[in-house]
Design a protein around this ligand. Structure first.
Ligand SMILES: Nc1ncnc2c1ncn2[C@@H]1O[C@H](COP(=O)(O)OP(=O)(O)O)[C@@H](O)[C@H]1O
Ligand SMILES: [Mg+2]
Length: 262
């Protein structure tokens, strides 16, 4: 069955159950998710730990299959990973033995781009992500923030239509995290990609998202979607920002309490 699709990403009645080892029962990670993400949106998915955010992202990436319902990209059911989607994880999925330049060029070379062209494209994204001067460095010589810049550059070099980001800044220290959020906005504005960004940080979601979907505790459903119409770069001390924060916090707190009672 293919339901009516209206978004770039359309999620219809999505359900995911992880079976127990013995085959009895299981964990219902997602249940009845309906969601549309429009082209060019910066969509943030906000929810408490364990509510099913990564499970949803894995289905969108094509790494995992739903138990029920479907996820569509441009009206076509997602069933496998594809070059139209670029994924950035919390852990930097870089090749430790390759330089920054070779990491960024990797996907292009894999897909048959001639070396000079791959290098030219990689240089462009190395510049965009603020990595100029670090082309020859190995990942272990870089800070966490710099490594996430490499992950971003590598994904962007493959020119995906959508970026799927799973708590990409969660392991960074607070200062670096703020810096990377600002950088990400600039980068996304310059490349104009659709973003699906997962976080459990309320501040991060409201700072980045044009819409913020708040999930329920397990099984994950969409509880509410907040529109954030504040222009970039957002003033986190403004009364509008804080009003949104208050609303999101209230919704999340209800879910954390509900999870505590489970
Ligand atoms: N491969 C798996 N096998 C069994 N249970 C899983 C698996 N992946 C996730 N889960 C369970 O599904 C729920 C949602 O997990 P996850 O999507 O990782 O949450 P989040 O990313 O929001 O923290 C959790 O209860 C988790 O333990
Ligand atoms: Mg997760």
């Amino acid at each position: 069955m293919t339901g009516a699709a209206s978004g770039k990403i359309a999620i219809r009645g999505l359900r995911k159950v992880f079976a127990d080892r013995g085959g009895r029962g299981g964990t219902v990670a997602l249940d009845g998710i309906d969601l549309d993400v429009q082209e060019g949106e910066f969509f943030c998915l906000l929810g408490p730990s364990g509510c099913g955010k990564t499970t949803l992202l894995n289905i969108l990436a094509g790494f995992d299959q739903p138990t029920g319902g479907e996820a569509l990209l441009d009206g076509r059911r997602i069933s496998a990973p594809g070059p139209d989607r670029g994924v950035v994880f919390q852990e930097y999925a870089l090749f430790p033995w390759l330089s920054v330049m070779d990491n960024v060029m990797f996907g292009l070379i894999e897909t048959g781009t001639p070396r000079p062209k791959a290098r030219e494209t990689a240089e462009q994204y190395i510049a965009l992500t603020g990595l100029r001067g670090f082309e020859k460095s190995l990942p272990h010589q870089l800070s966490g923030g710099m490594r996430q810049r490499v992950s971003l550059a590598r994904v962007l070099a493959n020119s995906p239509e959508i970026l799927l980001l799973d708590e990409p800044f969660a392991a960074l220290d607070a200062q670096t995290r703020l810096l990377m959020q600002r950088e990400l906005i600039k980068i996304i504005q310059s490349v104009g990609k659709t973003c699906f960004f997962i976080t459990h940080s309320i501040d991060e979601a409201i700072f980045l998202g044009t819409r913020v979907a708040i999930m329920t505790a397990r099984p994950g459903r969409i509880k509410k979607i907040l529109e954030v119409t504040l222009p970039y770069l957002r003033d986190v001390t403004s009364s509008e920002f804080n009003a949104l924060k208050r609303e999101a916090l209230k919704l999340i707190e209800e879910e954390v309490e509900a999870a505590g009672r489970q």
